[in-house]
Design a protein around this ligand. Structure first.
Ligand code: ATP
Ligand code: MG
Length: 248
């Protein structure tokens, strides 16, 4: 499992993450992390990915502190992130197939010469055609680009996936398709997902568990259905009431 224990992150004297603990068991699993803009969601995610060193607290990967790992390779591959499409996960100068093949090569994920076949498999897995491999990112639609970004991440056979607003740059129909894709991948690849969103309807689609962050603190957590039935914190109520079509 992947675990954040008592994380605190201080930037220039301001505490942006305040004693946050959360755990992702092995997949298939889905944990939603919601909260207003600036509540610390991305910062928590960056700690889990080892991109930000917490001021206090620890991140544990299968029981080992990621801060002082002698062989961080398995952790680095196992924990991956998918961001909003507009943040440019794909290098605009590189063909999609080349970008994925490069990841396969760099991490020695397949024997030499087997990259092309694996690229085609990965593209098929996310619902893209083999011919998309030859395209540059700007010649794909937003939804296709997001699929390509997911394929690139899957190349590493991750166990834990942080999804930071993965669909907020997409129209509703495309958003629903990408969420459907992630739902299938979670089951088929036994992925453990941490889904960051300010949209409860998105979280509901993929997660049974929920953590609510407010000003860097966990103000509510538990099974999603329970939390929504009886929210204890006004922030949770606000986020719930922003989704009028939730059957409550
Ligand atoms: N590298 C940094 N240096 C200084 N302050 C930062 C840094 N990264 C984030 N912050 C601040 O920390 C707070 C939390 O930011 P964070 O990006 O984690 O919020 P968030 O919940 O992901 O917000 P959003 O929903 O807008 O993405 C914000 O006030 C932000 O300005
Ligand atoms: Mg964020």
């Amino acid at each position: 499992m992947l675990e954040a224990r008592d994380l605190t992150v201080v930037y220039g004297g301001t505490t942006v993450v305040d004693r946050v603990s959360l755990a992702l068991p092995e997949g298939p699993y889905g944990l939603g992390l919601i909260g207003a803009s600036g509540s610390g969601k991305t910062t928590v995610a960056r700690c889990l990915l080892g991109l930000v060193a917490p001021t206090h607290g620890t991140v544990l990967f299968r029981g080992a502190d990621v801060g002082g790992m002698r062989r961080p390779g398995p952790y680095r591959r196992a924990v991956q992130i998918v961001v909003q499409d507009t943040e440019g996960a794909l290098d605009p100068r590189m063909r999609v197939g080349t970008a994925i093949a490069e990841v396969l090569r760099a991490h020695r994920m397949v024997p030499r010469g087997a990259e092309r076949g694996r690229v085609a498999e990965l593209l098929a897995d996310v619902g893209l055609d083999a011919e998309h491999a030859a395209r540059h990112p700007h010649r794909l639609s937003g939804g296709q680009r997001q699929r390509a970004a997911i394929a690139r991440v899957l190349a590493l056979r991750p166990r834990f996936l942080v999804l930071d607003e993965p669909t907020s740059a997409l129209d509703t129909t495309t958003q629903a398709r990408i969420l459907g894709l992630l739902d299938r991948l979670r089951t088929e690849h036994r992925l453990s997902l941490l889904l960051i969103s300010h949209d409860l309807a998105v979280v509901e689609r993929l997660c049974r568990h929920l953590v609510v962050l407010h000003r860097g603190r966990v103000v509510e957590e538990g099974p999603l259905a329970d939390v929504l039935r009886a929210p204890r914190h006004p922030v949770t109520r606000g986020l719930r009431d922003a989704v009028p079509r939730l059957p409550l």
